[in-house]
Design a protein around this ligand. Structure first.
Ligand SMILES: Cc1cc2nc3c(=O)[nH]c(=O)nc-3n(C[C@H](O)[C@H](O)[C@H](O)COP(=O)(O)O)c2cc1C
Length: 343
């Protein structure tokens, strides 16, 4: 039962904003800002960190912010706080309105699931290492699907040959367009960081994906801007070639495609990735096919034509002979949190 009148502590605020910051975001752009007002944490979009070329309508910005919202909420829940989530309380204008509020109402013990997912927040990383041959068991896939459904979204597994071939073609098609687009390449370069102290953006180590050649059915996004990382876009070898990675391909989608749906897709993405982490399954987005609206519509067709594809994920078990990449860094809480006095 809830006890009214609780005030969130400074440590809980710090922990929640820090957890939120660990969420995945497009190009590690971290396009969010938080404000504490009384017992409420308010999330807004930071449009100065938007990516106008790869994400002209802010869809992926909203997905990123949704993942941050999930982490912030989980952190508060794991601390035993009862939290009410408000979505787009000021309407759909991202420039002026808040995306969401997390209002602490009192105490409520976390569920087992919430505790487990919260503890995966610091362990979750995008894993672009080549995957080994092991398939993800059906019960784990079911868990991932349930994680998406818990946030009002769906997760479709591309199993049929036709659908997988279609996805491979769409990813290659998107790569082709993006690498012939000077604006895309300039934006990617602007978010690529070479120094070890970068607190945002894509680091060179990320772009290199462990430096091991990857033979894969599905090409990963090429963060080198076409400079030729061996990992990106390598064609699949012959069908019997054991080096060819055949990951699970998961499409996360929503029934409608408004701002609230995209925000929800981010929560679902965050939850699916944390569920995968806690189940020992590695994941990385295959995002290029949903950058471009025309390709995104074709992904929708490949998944049976229902709803709207919001993200594509590859899932599997990494090749342990390749060292994990260094975790990406984040901006400090002081940079993303504003405190408003309630006098
Ligand atoms: C909306 C969205 C799109 C993304 N697209 C891609 C992608 O196409 N390819 C990729 O390898 N990673 C993609 N990522 C992963 C980000 O690059 C990653 O989350 C970020 O660099 C932070 O690293 P981390 O996930 O290891 O914490 C995407 C993440 C989000 C939230």
């Amino acid at each position: 039962m809830s006890m009214a009148g609780t005030t969130i502590s400074a440590a809980q605020v710090q922990a929640a904003v820090e957890a939120a910051g660990l969420a995945p975001s497009i190009h590690n752009s971290q396009p969010w800002k938080w404000r504490l007002r009384g017992d409420t944490l308010e999330l807004s979009a930071d449009l100065s960190r938007a990516l106008p070329v790869v994400d002209p309508d802010h869809r992926q910005l909203l997905v990123s912010c949704g993942a941050a919202l999930l982490n912030g909420w989980l952190s508060l829940r794991a601390a035993g706080l009862d939290v009410e989530v408000g979505e787009l309380p000021d309407g759909p204008d991202l420039g002026t309105g808040r995306l969401a509020t997390l209002e602490v109402l009192g105490y409520r013990p976390p569920t087992e699931d919430e505790t487990r997912l919260a503890s995966a927040i610091t362990e979750r990383h995008t894993d672009r290492r080549p995957f080994g041959p092991g398939a993800v068991p059906a019960d784990k896939i079911r868990e991932l699907r349930q994680a998406a459904e818990a946030e009002g979204c769906w997760l479709s597994v591309l199993t049929g040959e036709d659908a997988r071939v279609e996805l491979a073609v769409l990813l290659a098609r998107a790569d082709w367009f993006e690498h012939h687009d000077p604006d895309y390449l300039a934006e990617l370069a602007a978010w690529t960081r070479t120094g070890p102290d970068a607190v945002d953006g894509i680091t060179w180590a990320t772009a290199d994906a462990g430096g091991k050649p990857q033979y894969a059915e599905f090409p990963l996004r090429d963060f080198t801007g076409g400079a030729g990382a061996a990992s990106a876009g390598s064609a699949a070898g012959p069908a019997h070639d054991e080096r060819v990675e055949r990951p699970e391909a998961l499409v996360l989608g929503t029934d409608a495609d408004g701002p609230a749906d995209r925000l929800r897709a981010g929560r679902a993405l965050g939850r699916v990735l944390l569920a995968a982490t806690s189940a020992g399954v590695a994941t990385s987005p295959l995002g290029q096919a949903v950058d471009i609206e025309a390709t995104r519509a074709l992904v929708r067709a490949a998944t049976g034509g229902a709803g709207h594809a919001q993200m594509i994920l590859r899932a599997g078990y990494p090749d342990r002979s390749v060292a994990p990449m260094a975790p990406t860094k984040r901006r400090p809480v002081s940079e993303v949190l504003e405190q408003v006095s309630m006098t």
